[in-house]
Design a protein around this ligand. Structure first.
Ligand code: F6P
Length: 378
């Protein structure tokens, strides 16, 4: 047994950052499994803010505390974005509270900001932390999947399906801006699933004129409805694009009346799908196992269908490396020499992760494009 494993008698669990469907199922899985292993569980409310505030924000959980939540959206532990946790003072206070309450290790559920917090807590003050990726954006490079993505993209798809019904009746176009932060996954998946005429994401350039031209050709060939999906992070103003589509088509005497919709937080709610509940169960149990086996600074990833633990530093570097390939803000701060701290094998693993994400985006984009044709070559 490792030193850590011998120490872990009580764990804390929290959710942080933007909530996502499946977080409750993960809280339940962690709690029920840890209790089964004879470990005490403390529920920490409002993420890192709760850990800093201590006492009233922290409650001992029994099996009943997580009853009937597996199908609920949101998070029973509530969530918050906590700027104080970026400062040393805040992190120190959180670590002190862990010690006072006898919390030997933490399971944190959230996105990349949540893991950076866990990393600081663990490296600066020695509190073992394991992360579970929970964000609708699916934007953590080291994992193929983040909790909540499937539910959010299904909700987005259903909402666009409804728009298409009315677009068909009125022969209109709808530009739908979808969530996803700077990642185009929700946009790409929903565009493919609804058969969108075009999709714009941050990761790749978008040719507005070519998209409008294609729509006009399709209209000439008899197509009535058009859906254009724009990821919120794309380098264009989706509302302006809607106006442009109408103006340009009108100037060619084939006006396509175009409306705009923004699906924001509504896709972050709702009951998690089977995919999200299954992933929550698998990652929840694996996270407890990792913590009890003495691991720290890891976070749960799904890779090619398998649940594996990845070192947070490796995941963080892979994330920056991938995002620097398309996001100028990340590129500005990215220092490739940081990768030198990893051995050759780990560096190769990071490069292969980055290459995989690049290929994945291009494949999805090509798929969306290949099924969006209305005209055919005679
Ligand atoms: O990360 C999840 C997410 O919903 C993103 O898709 C979106 O950009 C952001 O959070 C919205 O943040 P907030 O809830 O703080 O408005």
């Amino acid at each position: 047994m490792s030193e850590n494993a011998a120490k872990i008698r009580k764990i804390g669990i929290l959710t942080s950052g933007g909530d996502s469907p499946g977080m409750n199922a993960a809280i339940r899985a962690v709690t029920r499994y840890a209790l089964m292993r004879g470990i005490e569980v403390m529920g920490i409310y409002e993420g890192y803010r709760g850990l800093i505030n201590g006492k009233n924000y922290i409650k001992k959980f029994n099996a009943h505390d997580v009853s009937n939540i597996i199908d609920e959206g949101g998070t029973i532990l509530y969530s918050a974005r906590c700027p104080e946790f970026k400062e040393r003072e805040g992190i120190e206070k959180a670590a002190k509270n862990c010690r006072e309450l006898g919390i030997d290790g933490l399971i944190t559920i959230g996105g990349d900001g949540t893991f950076r917090g866990a990393y600081d807590l663990s490296t600066m003050f020695g509190i073992p932390c394991i992360g579970i990726p929970g964000t609708i954006d699916n934007d953590i490079t080291a994992t193929d999947y983040t909790l909540g993505f499937d539910t959010a993209v299904n909700t987005t798809m259903q909402m666009i399906d409804r728009l298409r019904d009315t677009c068909e009746s009125h022969a209109r176009c709808y530009v739908a801006e979808v969530m996803g932060n700077n990642a185009g996954y929700i946009a790409l998946y929903s565009a493919i699933a609804v058969g969108a005429a075009a999709v714009a994401i941050k990761e790749r350039p978008f040719d507005e004129d070519a998209a409008i031209k294609k729509m006009m050709q399709s209209r000439q060939a008899g197509k009535r409805n058009f859906i254009v999906v724009v990821s919120e992070g794309a380098n264009l103003d989706a509302e302006e694009l809607a106006k442009k589509i109408q103006a340009v088509t009108a100037s060619h005497d084939m006006e396509i009346e175009t409306r705009f919709a923004r699906f924001a937080h509504v896709v972050r709610g709702g009951s998690p799908t089977l995919r999200d509940r299954m992933t929550a169960a698998k990652m929840g149990v694996a996270a407890v196992d990792l913590l009890l086996s003495g691991k720290t600074n890891m976070f749960m990833c799904e890779r090619h269908g398998e649940i594996v633990g990845t070192d947070i530093m490796v995941a963080n570097f892979a994330d920056k490396k991938y995002k620097s390939t398309f996001d100028p803000k990340v590129a500005q701060k990215f220092d490739p020499s940081e990768g030198e701290k990893f051995n050759t094998k780990v560096r190769a693993e990071i490069d292969s992760l980055v290459a995989e994400r690049i290929a994945e985006i291009d494949k999805l984009l090509a798929l969306a494009e290949n099924i969006s044709n209305y005209t055919s070559i005679e």
